[in-house]
Design a protein around this ligand. Sequence first.
Ligand SMILES: Cc1ncc(COP(=O)(O)O)c(C=O)c1O
Length: 444
Amino acid sequence: MAYEYLHRVWQDLSGWVQSPYRLGFVRGHEYLTEREISPIRLVLNSRDGEEVVREYENQLAALIGPGRGVSFAAGRMAFYAVLKALGVGSNDEVILPGFTCSVMPNAVWRTGARPVFADIEAETFGSCASGIVPKITTRTKAVVAQHSFGIPCNIPEIVEVCRKRGLALIEDCAITLDSAYDEKKVGNWGDAAIFSTDHSKPLNTLMGGFFYTRDEALSEKVRTTCEAAPQLSQDHQSRLFQQFLFERQYYQPENYRRRLARQYLGALAKIILGAGRKPVFLEQDFHNPLVHASRSIYPYPAKMPPFLARLGLMELARWGQESLRRKELLKDYLCLTRGGGLGHYLPKAYENRHLDIVPLRFVFTHPEAKKLTREMSRFIDVSWTWFRRPIICTDSIEAFGYANGSCPKAERIGSEIINWPCVISKEWRQQLLENYKSLVSSNL
Ligand SMILES: Cc1ncc(COP(=O)(O)O)c(C=O)c1O
């Protein structure tokens, strides 16, 4: 973690010097007016938001398909709840892609089971049957198929493998919403699916997770877990609300320098004043709970804070238009890439007519990714590039049980990966494309 942190500080500082703006991967809710924020504040203060949460669950589930959904404070908690509902426990193994976030193996370890990492494929950057099959043992209880960056993975072949072997299949849709394979949306292929709505995800509720299934019995079990789960403390929710206001004001490209100044001054003030560690996000889950046991500073699993569900309803109301804009942006990226003679670096998924992609990020690999990333860092917040390593948000992938070399494709992809934002306001779209064009033309 120390290395990642120092690297981020270095990138922040060099970004500060090089450019007055920075295009990032998190878009604050600058589109919300003061008046529109009042209903969110109202729910925060009412302590009674059950109806809002139900409405949000119904609307989000309806976007995904005919099934039902249950919300949690984070996607990892939805995942934990479904593992418990499936009866996963000690001596079991759960197959995850070697291209995941540390909070996923953390959830597996919490159940007493062991995560096993399967390789991904270069065509989709997602899970694939050829990576999963060699990892299946008599202990395997469930398989996670991940759809990455908005691109559906080759899910029909994974469904087939799980059906033949009698394994539960959970789709990880944390970073893919509303995309489809042969017109069937992600989330509807497996026994269940999990989604994340944290601030870097397709739908931004700052923090949040969602379980979805078409299986009534499974849905009931997960609902029971959710009902027994506590809320995040009121104090924690207030800090989240402050963070929401902060991101609304400062997470815009033109406010990049002011944001950094505020963030670093705030951190410094905390050190000087000796303020205790009060979590905003749920970073305690970046460790293996068995190796790094510590007193829990928030409940796990926890319910989705109702005021964030209210924010989710607002995000859902604009999703139709927003998803179209992201698809248009992807077309422009592809056109510039092919026009610039770099088409052969694109993953094949972008040409696959079976797929309907609502992109979260535009992604490809390049043998000179390090050099490109350095160039990009003049205008893109590259510290948010995902999956440079098989498990992100930790500096100790071995502590999660990952053996180096066990997912060679994921490791190679990670060393060559380039991420470009697709979540961007209308005002900055042209600038983003111009920056991309200049990168492509300087690398012909
Ligand atoms: C691929 C993937 N799956 C699951 C999660 C978990 O989502 P959450 O942070 O809401 O727990 C993440 C988080 O970044 C992720 O990247």
